[in-house]
Design a protein around this ligand. Sequence first.
Ligand code: UDP
Length: 367
Amino acid sequence: MQKYDYLIVGAGLFGCVFAYEANKAGKKCLVIDKRNHVGGNVYCENVDGINVHKYGAHIFHTNDKQIWDYVNQFAEFNNYVNSPVSISKGKLYNLPFNMNTFYQLWGTKTPEEAKKIIESQIKEYGFENPKNLEEQALSLIGKDVYETLIKEYTEKQWGKKATELPAFIIKRLPVRYTFNNNYFSDKYQGIPIGGYNKIIDGLLEGIETKTNVDFFENKEALSKLATKIVYTGKIDEFYNYKFGNLEYRSLRFENTSLEKENHQGNAVVNYNDGDIPYTRIIEHKHFEFGKQKHTVITKEFPEQWTKEKEAYYPINNDENQNKYQQYKALSLQENNIIFGGRLAEYKYYDMHQIIASALQKVKKELN
Ligand code: UDP
């Protein structure tokens, strides 16, 4: 009856890396996904020759040479560097927070001038032990940057007051006293040439895969197919929400094809103002330096999550974390189920972190 060593539920990066490594070690895997395609949220859809990041923009970055080499086995990467700009009250600012941003805000031309303003604002508005995102931002960068580029974006992105959000979220963004618009501080960065699907196809090559299969519609029969299950879906759903549901933030994407070459001159333009319902517009061709005569843009609208919608971001505040710990405790008692990925670990992972975590878990498993 047990035809497979592993039933892998979810064909996102975690599931695919796990499957690839297990398969390489001679284990028989079946990968299932409820969507009609593999790849999870890194999946790209080709629209008139442009790779559209269907579930939100994905820019690969890592400091870890091993992870970089790992993904480069499956696709070559281009030299795209993420340098978003943000529009606030009709004015354009460079991100992340750097000397260009400070010049645009205050006209400061040297690091000393900028530091003087920021330090005095941190002194006046900062906190010794920041307890939430607002306190963290004020302590990191001061009041002007917080009010111009963080507060309204964050509150519409998360649907919560910045004072109700965990501080760590804002630590994702660097603060620099150089004229450097690179959004990431990692050594390696780029977009796979030919799109993310190439990596997924490489990982799943020779592995049995079934799409349009919802694990929960046939849990018992599917579970019997394999000795072990690798589960990458929502952990609260796995346990039938018995401790209540964890909160997520959802997104709605509105795609438009335009008969012009260049709409906004950058892959990512953020919209800070609270009265604009989307957080950013992505112009996909710029990720791959596209030369097409047309372009495709996507407006990203944050939305309240409900059980019918896609869960994109875990909301890791104290209340949800405590609930998650209850689910985690249950998961640790399982002998034949491995939980991994953004949804099963309820963690705001980036792609490189997911790959590292999958490699670590599969290695432990195979040993
Ligand atoms: N953020 C912000 N202003 C911006 C961009 C980001 O305040 O213009 C904050 C916001 O709280 C967001 C967090 O920084 O949730 C992380 O942003 P990032 O771009 O890393 O998030 P992702 O691409 O995962 O949505």
